[in-house]
Design a protein. Structure first.
Length: 92
């Protein structure tokens, strides 16, 4: 959740996010881990979240979800989209 920096998405943020995830996967592989399920960030609540505009930060988290999916795909690892079910549930 905090990887987005609590602000609008920027390519520099996405680049750091991807590099850190790739570094973590390399470390796991070096330790013999065969599979890692990469998950997306969740969402912030649009009524109680006050740090920044919730719609803007949820868009940032959506962009990071896309980047996490790319990392998982490139590494041949499964991906769990945690964000969309959370987003759908918060709208209820």
């Amino acid at each position: 959740m905090n990887d987005g920096g609590y602000k609008a998405y920027a390519e520099a943020t996405g680049k750091i996010y991807v590099e850190n995830h790739q570094r973590i996967l390399v470390g796991f592989k070096e330790q013999g881990v065969r599979a890692v399920v990469l998950g997306s960030p969740g969402v912030v609540d649009s009524t109680t979240y006050k740090r920044t505009d919730p719609a803007i930060y949820n868009a940032t988290l959506a962009a990071l979800r896309a980047r996490a999916r790319e990392v998982a795909s490139a590494a041949g690892m499964p991906f769990a989209d945690v964000r969309q079910p959370m987003f759908d549930a918060k709208a209820v």
